[in-house]
Design a protein around this ligand. Sequence first.
Ligand SMILES: Cc1ncc(COP(=O)(O)O)c(C=O)c1O
Length: 479
Amino acid sequence: MEQPQLLSKIAMGNGHGEDSPYFDGWKAYDENPYHPTMNPNGVIQMGLAENQLTSDLVEDWIMSNPEASICTLEGVHNFKAMANFQDYHGLSEFRNAVAKFMSRTRGNRVTFDPDRIVMSGGATGAHEVTAFCLADPGDAFLVPTPYYAGFDRDLRWRTGAQLVPVICKSSNNFKLTKQALEEAYEKAKEDNIRVKGLLITNPSNPLGTTMDRTTLRTLVSFINEKRIHLVCDEIYAATIFTHPDFISIAEIIEQDTDIECDRDLIHIVYSLSKDMGFPGFRVGIIYSYNDEVVQCARKMSSFGLVSTQTQYLLASMLSDDEFVERFLTESAKRLEQRHRVFTMGLARVGIKCLQSNGGLFVWMDLHHLLKSPTFEAEMELWKVIIHEVKINVSPGSSFHSSEPGWFRVCYANMDDKAVQVSLQRIRAFVLQNKDLMVSEKKRCWHSDLRLSFKSRRFDDIMMSPHSPIPQSPLVKAST
Ligand SMILES: Cc1ncc(COP(=O)(O)O)c(C=O)c1O
């Protein structure tokens, strides 16, 4: 007799995407996490886009403002009111502070209406709510590649919506073009897929680049022409460390009045996970210019509200203009420095990255180390990097890259010493590989990789008195 299915299709399916290398890398790290003294041969987590460079500034502010926390002597008088409050509009002080912060992170060139601020559980929840508001099961969003791996989960899994890739290439630094958009749109139409929107991430994860004004104008024209929505993930709005400045879609629709735009089609997804370094607070924002979307999203936000304790604290912190100014300036400075140290370290061993001006990562080009120009070869190289070099980076394939050989490497979720250790490991690996290439008359790296761990040259590099690692993980792997 046929057994009844006990669980739902969602529960039984793989829509979450946990089986991808993106998450496998996290698992490898979880099983053997690097620690400078307790586990110096462990895996270094460079797959996590988290900004830990400015935590000290936030800690200082919290200590100087004990009344902003409801679990302190100075703030406990507000505990009961906060614990009881549960309106899904959120605290008005919180919405005002977030609207002001969003304006500040866009250079105060635009303003945001606090009444349009809808809360959600991080940008993750914001994307799902937006997708629920805009698309029916089977409908699709165009998404330029490479794109953030979590979108497959956030936009598709529970909503039944689809993502249609818009192919961007290294030949023009992965810039999104009108032609690529048209091609993707036409292809979807041929496949009988109804396109409901275009989703962009600006600044980009994983590229770390920002879109220029011309591109943004092209997008606005494109979506208006097709009568589809434009969802702009601006989660890295203030995670910019050098020129050019970030331009928000809000600036285009407010300032570029020469292009026609139906504002009902424009929606911004934001979060404090990156710009403030608060991924644990789960503060996500849906900012829509469409009244109906605001109303619907607000009703749906009941499933993922931000706790009032967090709202209360942030209302106070983000209203402190002097702190916000100092924080953002210092954050950009520290990011720039970290980015410079890391990319220069890579450049010294001949590794290039896509030139970027923001984000918490670099888009690293290792195509010259691939055995063949295929995604299988990319996966092989990734396995060596994770299991032997012991660095968790994310392969381009997990971001739907159209070209093999690119890897996203995060550099802001660790201290200076861990960065040096990671560079040392990469350096050792690349130099080893280079030696092999020469001595074996360019035989592929993979077949002789294990052999290479025992070579004299490798030991020279890793056991040098200047090496920050007492014992190389690669040496360990070879014994
Ligand atoms: C582009 C992008 N969107 C959304 C998210 C999810 O952010 P949150 O932690 O706010 O859910 C991330 C996190 O890495 C991201 O990079």
